[in-house]
Design a protein around this ligand. Structure first.
Ligand code: OFO
Length: 167
């Protein structure tokens, strides 16, 4: 059984993961409008992963006899100044999510809920991967300095992204 506090905080995390999916779908729509279909594909794959993160939390709350309560999802931004700015925003968002997961881990420890603590370890590891993959793209975009040929190559590379069944 989850404590009331943990149930509430896990529900809040579902909302954050759903917002992440919304944000990346919006970034995908921006890239479609810029004719960068590979970049858009990468964002759409990321949005799918975020939905699976929300589902993991949803399932866990139910398994622990808690109650899932869905809240309103905020409107994401719709415009960015460049590809680099978009990915920098994505990194900022992932840093925020990492902080939120770390706070959840602290609460699980305070509440002495070891099952939730173990469950959250998956998210801790996942956040390291999420931040690293966005950082990698930011580094590439900085090196390219808007060279059209390089952007085209990166668009092709990002268009190859497959859905990770584990994430
Ligand atoms: Fe769910 O990891 Fe990104 O936000």
């Amino acid at each position: 059984m989850l404590t009331e506090k943990l149930e509430k905080e896990l529900n809040k995390q579902i909302n954050k993961e759903l917002y992440s999916a919304y944000l990346y779908t919006s970034m995908g729509a921006y890239f479609v409008s810029e004719n960068l279909t590979g970049f858009a594909h990468w964002m759409h794959m990321q949005a799918q992963e975020e939905l699976s993160h929300a589902q993991k939390l949803y399932d866990f709350i139910n398994e622990r006899s808690g109650r899932v309560i869905l809240e309103q999802i905020s409107r994401p931004p719709t415009e960015w100044g460049s590809s680099l700015e978009t990915f920098e925003d994505a990194l900022k968002h992932e840093n925020f999510i990492t902080g939120s997961i770390n706070d959840l881990v602290n609460i699980a420890l305070e509440e002495k809920d070891h099952a939730t603590h173990i469950f959250l370890q998956w998210f801790v590891t996942e956040q390291v991967e999420e931040e690293a993959s966005v950082m990698d793209i930011i580094n590439k975009l900085k090196l390219m300095k808007d060279a059209p040929g390089a952007i085209f190559m990166l668009d092709r590379e990002l268009g190859q992204r497959q859905l990770n069944a584990e994430a």
